[in-house]
Design a protein around this ligand. Structure first.
Ligand code: MG
Length: 374
C-alpha cells in the first residue's frame, strides 16, 4: 500500500487552564494552544492520524514551522512511498531536514510517524502494542501537573490530585531558587506519599541547581528534572556528583545519540521519554530501550498533546514498562479535543483498548474544521 495524500491541519484548541513553564506561557485560556493534526491516506482509502504539539517556549518549533516543514519538505518525498516502511519514511524526512546539534524538526516528524503507525495498525488490523509483538497491561498511571507560583493554588491543586486518585505530581519550578523551594515544600507537605517529580525546564545555573538540590534532598523529592541548559551535560554530571536526588534529563535527550552521550558522561539517573521530541514512536521506542538496558530509570512525558498524542504515548510507555506516573496531561488543560472516541481517562489513569487497531482514537472531522486556523 502506498501513501497517496498527506493533509495537514493547523488547529487552535481551547484551553480551560493556563500553562506556563520556566521559559514562559505555552498556552492560555484566552489564546488557546497550537496543535497540528496530520492525516495520511493510503491507496486503499485507509487513513492514519498523527499529531504535533509545538511550543516555541519549550523548543524552537512552531505551528507555522510544523505546517511548512510537512507541506513543503516531507509531503513531496513521502507521497507514493510504501506505508509499511517506517525506517525509510524517517530516512527520507531526515534527508530533507538535516540534524542541527541533534534531530531537526522532531515535532513535525512525530506527527508523520504517529499517523504512519496508526495507518499500519489499521491496515494490518493490529493495535500499536501488537505491532511491537507485545500485549502490555491496559492502564497507564498519570501524574498531575502543577504549574503556578502561588503556594495556596499549588496546595489546592495537590489536594485535588490526591482526592482524584492521582499517584504522582509533576511540579514546574525553575523560576527563583528560594521561592521554588518554598513551593516544593508546601506541595510535599500536602501530598507526602505521592511520587513527586520537579521540573525546572533548564531554568537554573549550576550553582542555583546545587542549592536547590540540597533543599530537594531534605524534602524527599523523588526526581529533579532538567535543572540546567539542554546542552550542559557536563554541568548535569557535576550536579549529579553533588546530590542524592536522582537527576532526569528531558530537553537534553532528543535522540539515541544524545542519550548515549548522557550515559557516557554519567549525566543522568533518569531519561524522560517523549514521542514528539524524539521524532515519533520509532525514535522514542529506541531511546526507551537503550535507557532501560543502561539501567537508567524511565519517566514518560508529553508536550500537552491532545487525546491522540496522549494515546500513542501511552502505548509506548506500557510497552516500555514505565511504572511511575507519566506526565501526559493535554486533556487536563484542553477544553475540547478533536478525538471523539479514545481511551477512558479517569482517576489518574488511561485505560487503553488494545483490541482497537492503530492508535485507537476516532477523529471528529467537524471539530477539526471548527478549530482549524489556516
Ligand atoms: Mg520536562
Amino acid at each position: 500500500m502506498k501513501i497517496i495524500e498527506i493533509d495537514v491541519y493547523p488547529l487552535n484548541l481551547p484551553m480551560k487552564q493556563n500553562f506556563r513553564i520556566s521559559g514562559g506561557s505555552v498556552g492560555d485560556t484566552e489564546k488557546g494552544a497550537p496543535h497540528v493534526f496530520v492525516k495520511i491516506t493510503a491507496d486503499d482509502g485507509t487513513e492514519g492520524w498523527g499529531e504535533a504539539r509545538p511550543s516555541n517556549r519549550w523548543s524552537y518549533e512552531t505551528k507555522e514551522s510544523v505546517v511548512s516543514t510537512i507541506e513543503n519538505y516531507f509531503k513531496p518525498v513521502l507521497i507514493g512511498e510504501n506505508i509499511g516502511d517506517l525506517q525509510k519514511a524517517h530516512k527520507l524526512m531526515k534527508n530533507e531536514i538535516k540534524n542541527g546539534l541533534t534531530i531537526g524538526q522532531p515535532i513535525a516528524k512525530a506527527a508523520i510517524d504517529i499517523a504512519l503507525h496508526d495507518l499500519i495498525g489499521k491496515q494490518r488490523k493490529q493495535s500499536i502494542a501488537s505491532l511491537w509483538f507485545t500485549k502490555p497491561k491496559p492502564s497507564v498511571q498519570l501524574s498531575y501537573l502543577i504549574s503556578t507560583d502561588n503556594i495556596k493554588d499549588a496546595i489546592e491543586k495537590a489536594n485535588f490530585a490526591l482526592e482524584n486518585g492521582y499517584q504522582g505530581i509533576d511540579l514546574k519550578i525553575g523560576f527563583n531558587a528560594d521561592e521554588d523551594l518554598r513551593l516544593v515544600e508546601a506541595v510535599k507537605e500536602a501530598i507526602p506519599d505521592l511520587f513527586l517529580r520537579v521540573d525546572a525546564n533548564q531554568g537554573y545555573t549550576l550553582s542555583e541547581a546545587i542549592t536547590v538540590s540540597k533543599g530537594l534532598e531534605k524534602l524527599g523529592v523523588d526526581v529533579f528534572e532538567q535543572p540546567l541548559k539542554a546542552n550542559d551535560l557536563l554541568g548535569h554530571a557535576e550536579l549529579r556528583r553533588k546530590t542524592y536526588v536522582p537527576i532526569a534529563l528531558d530537553e537534553s535527550i532528543w535522540t539515541a545519540g544524545d542519550l548515549i552521550q548522557a550515559i557516557r558522561l554519567e549525566a543522568c539517573d533518569t531519561a524522560v521519554i517523549k514521542i514528539t521530541k524524539m521524532g515519533g514512536l520509532l525514535g522514542a521506542k529506541l531511546c526507551g530501550e537503550i535507557a532501560r538496558e543502561a539501567n537508567l530509570d524511565l519517566l514518560g512525558g508529553g508536550l500537552t498533546e491532545s487525546t491522540l498524542g496522549l494515546t500513542a504515548s501511552a502505548h509506548l510507555f506500557n510497552y516500555l514498562g514505565i511504572d511511575r506516573p507519566v506526565d501526559l496531561n493535554g486533556p487536563m488543560f484542553l477544553e475540547d479535543d478533536p478525538v471523539s472516541e479514545g481511551p477512558a481517562i479517569n482517576e489518574g489513569n488511561v485505560l487503553l483498548n488494545n483490541d482497537l487497531h492503530g492508535v485507537g482514537c476516532s477523529i471528529d472531522t467537524q471539530k477539526i474544521n471548527k478549530f482549524r486556523v489556516g
